[in-house]
Design a protein around this ligand. Structure first.
Ligand code: FES
Length: 202
């Protein structure tokens, strides 16, 4: 985990978005590479990942609490964080976990995959594999919580199954079923679709 350059920003500024656009030029020049705020994997990367299983506890992926179990009280309403399934901390298992009012979730969100307002999607963009970021409030024309990919500005609707609202991402982010045990948040199974760009990682 130490060598991964995944940086999570709760509130990316326009300056950082500009940096992202500059980073795109770098992608063209160098192929798959790591940016300061998101990791790009080669679209041809078919490496298998460790499947997430029922009961896998979620841990903080980054920051001072990295590796620590995520407790319900760690996520007040409107907060989103990056997480890993404990023991399976690899890029393709990176999760965006957030907390919202239960009544906000609509189909095609799998409501049964959420628990007490907690919901999780793959944090790997389906376009080119950058790490998506949590936006709890207004940005551009979106005045509701959404996920944003800083690499090419894809926007995903967290209340409607992470469907694509803008940008080049070709499909929604896979959803991860959740459960709660002893006040900690765990996976209740694997993602409901392939991870990342193109054909995705199974
Ligand atoms: S990697 Fe291109 S929009 Fe996310």
């Amino acid at each position: 985990m130490g060598e991964k350059k995944i940086v999570y920003n709760e509130c990316t500024t326009r300056r950082k978005i500009l940096k992202g656009m500059l980073g795109i030029a770098g992608v063209g020049a160098l192929g798959g590479l790591t940016l300061s705020f998101g990791t790009i994997k080669s679209p041809s990367n078919k490496k298998k990942r460790q499947k997430v299983a029922k009961g896998d506890k979620l841990v903080f992926a980054v920051g001072p609490n990295a590796g620590k179990l995520i407790n319900m009280k760690d996520l007040p309403l409107k907060k989103g964080i990056l997480a890993f399934p404990k023991g399976k901390e690899e890029h393709n298992n990176l999760i965006l976990l957030f907390h919202a009012e239960e009544k906000e979730f609509q189909k095609p969100t799998k409501i049964g995959y959420t628990v007490e307002g907690f919901c999780a999607y793959s944090a790997i963009c389906t376009h080119m594999g950058c790490t998506v970021e949590w936006y709890p409030q207004k940005q551009f024309s979106f005045d509701f919580p959404h996920l944003f990919c800083p690499c090419h500005q894809s926007v995903f609707d967290v209340f409607h199954g992470a469907k694509v609202l803008a940008g080049p991402a070709p499909r929604p982010l896979p959803q991860l079923p959740l459960m709660i045990a002893d006040n900690t948040i765990s996976a209740a199974g694997d993602f409901d679709g392939p991870i990342g760009p193109k054909q995705g990682v199974e």
